[in-house]
Design a protein around this ligand. Structure first.
Ligand code: AMP
Ligand code: ZN
Length: 458
């Protein structure tokens, strides 16, 4: 399940794609051939997952006084920029919901007689017509789970719209003719239709954030059961996918992940504050995908430091390869041992925190050929997705947007300070240091990472 493109994704949303990307990378590493599909929801997702509220895109378009198509294009591109910045690999297909409306109507038509009923507001899926509805959520979805009987006439609280009719007298920007009148598809229908069209049901793995486990995915499963004429979920394949995997949430206690807040936690904000986007990827990998992850600037700074250390260790390793020819022998036993620990960890329900430790142990492993180490590091980095082969130390120092001083000016001041110190003129040296501090530059004498200076990102 991909994004609903009515606004910029927040970094919590991006955790879902880092997770799916890591899973894909692990599958490739293990020798599987991967066909990854990410769908883009540009119609049908309501402001409330349980069928209440307005279409998110219609609402955004009205607010920004732009066409829906404009809104969808703009935010899809913003999402793709984040995908690229986080080294998320391109899927085999990006499926755009509005490209599949005829197939959605066809799908709805073929399950309508046995599984749906029509109300004035649309065509609804009767969840009592499939066995085990809501089993994925492990909850009694009829009873509560925050559901409100938002639509008059629904037979069961959990029933959901698969086609939403345009109310009489209204005109929606996005509407299509259908056997149930002009209207738009329901959000859940899109995912069943696109996955069926591109992958075929059942396919292997369906991913999404943990919130989808409660409503969206149980509804997809119900539709998949209906189209396949399967009844109970005694066999996992009957749900449409053999495995359903959900990432837990990124939590932000400051409330800045709400898209309505002023300083909204999107990837660009992190970059504006001087953090390399891959520091966020590191932050995600440091936690297990099924655990909640709490966002804080301190955690992000720690993740950036860890990434810097890796980049520098790889730099040193590459340096030490110069002047010696690659060994023709098989990788040293200790290298193989750590690769094995990495493999076992990442293969155990994606234990990325443990895999990261094995990766770092490999970087600091003593008394083995640096060539073997570099080869192994690059191979495992394909799984972690940092792109260490092309990531330079200098890439990791990003000028915060608020910085008024240029790198050249900082370097020049540091040269003057170096001269002063060489001449034992400590008063001048201290004055230059204070002057830089006044411009938000912290001089870091004796920094073990040899970073020398950093821009204050507060
Ligand atoms: P949406 O664009 O709202 O459909 O959400 C895109 C993806 O982000 C979905 O898979 C959601 O489950 C997931 N998601 C939403 N909020 C968070 C969060 N705070 N942390 C992690 N994943 C999230
Ligand atoms: Zn979906």
């Amino acid at each position: 399940c991909g994004p609903t493109v009515y606004n910029y994704p927040h970094i919590g949303n991006m955790r879902a794609y880092v997770f799916a990307d890591t899973l894909g990378r692990v599958l490739s590493f293990k020798g599987y051939r991967l066909t990854h599909v990410i769908n883009i929801t540009d119609v049908g997702h309501l402001t409330d997952d349980a069928d209440a509220g307005e279409d998110k895109l219609e609402k955004a378009a009205a607010k920004e006084a732009r066409s829906i198509w404009d809104i969808a294009r703009h935010y899809t591109q913003a999402y793709w920029a984040d995908v690229k910045a986080l080294n998320i690999r391109q899927p085999a297909h990006w499926s755009i919901a509005t490209d599949y409306v005829p197939q959605m109507i066809e799908f709805a038509q073929s399950i309508a007689a046995d599984h749906c009923y029509e109300l004035d507001s649309g065509l609804y899926f009767d969840t009592s017509t499939v066995a085990d509805y809501g089993r994925l959520a492990r909850a009694d979805t009829q009873e509560g789970e925050g559901r409100i009987e938002a639509v008059e006439g629904k037979r069961h609280a959990a029933d959901f719209a698969i086609w939403r009719k345009t109310p009489p007298g209204e005109k929606r920007q996005m509407e299509w003719d259908s056997p149930w009148g002009k209207g738009a598809p329901g959000w859940h229908l899109e995912c069943s239709v696109m996955s069926r069209a591109l992958l075929g049901l059942p396919f292997d793995i369906h991913t999404g954030g943990i919130d989808h486990r409660e409503i969206h995915h149980p509804n997809e499963i119900a539709q998949n059961q209906a189209i396949a004429h399967t009844h109970g979920l005694d066999c996992a394949e009957n749900s449409g996918a053999r495995l359903w995997m959900h990432n837990n949430f990124l939590i932000d206690r400051s409330g800045k992940m709400s898209k309505s807040s002023g300083e909204f936690l999107r990837l660009q904000l992190l970059i504006d504050k001087g953090f390399h986007p891959l520091a966020y990827r590191m932050m995600c990998l440091q936690a297990h995908y099924r655990s909640e992850l709490e966002f804080s600037w301190e955690n992000l700074a720690a993740a950036l430091t860890r990434l810097k250390r890796m980049v520098m260790a790889v730099d040193r390793l590459v340096d030490s390869c110069h002047g010696s020819s690659p060994s023709q022998q098989a990788w040293h036993q200790n290298v193989l041992g750590l690769v094995d620990v990495f493999d076992k960890s990442i293969s155990d329900d994606l234990n990325s925190p443990l895999a990261l430790t094995a990766f770092e142990d490999l970087l600091t492993l003593k008394k083995v050929s640096p060539h073997h180490k570099v080869e192994a590091i690059y191979k495992l980095d394909e799984v972690l997705g940092f792109g260490l082969q092309g990531l330079m130390r200098s890439d990791l120092r990003i000028r915060p947007k608020s910085a008024t001083i240029t790198e050249a000016e900082i370097e020049a001041a540091l040269d003057r300070r170096q001269d002063a110190r060489a001449g034992k003129d400590f008063a001048t040296s201290d004055a230059i240091r204070d002057e830089l501090a006044g411009q938000g530059v912290e001089v870091m004498d004796g920094d073990p990472l040899r970073w020398e200076w950093k821009l204050d990102v507060a």
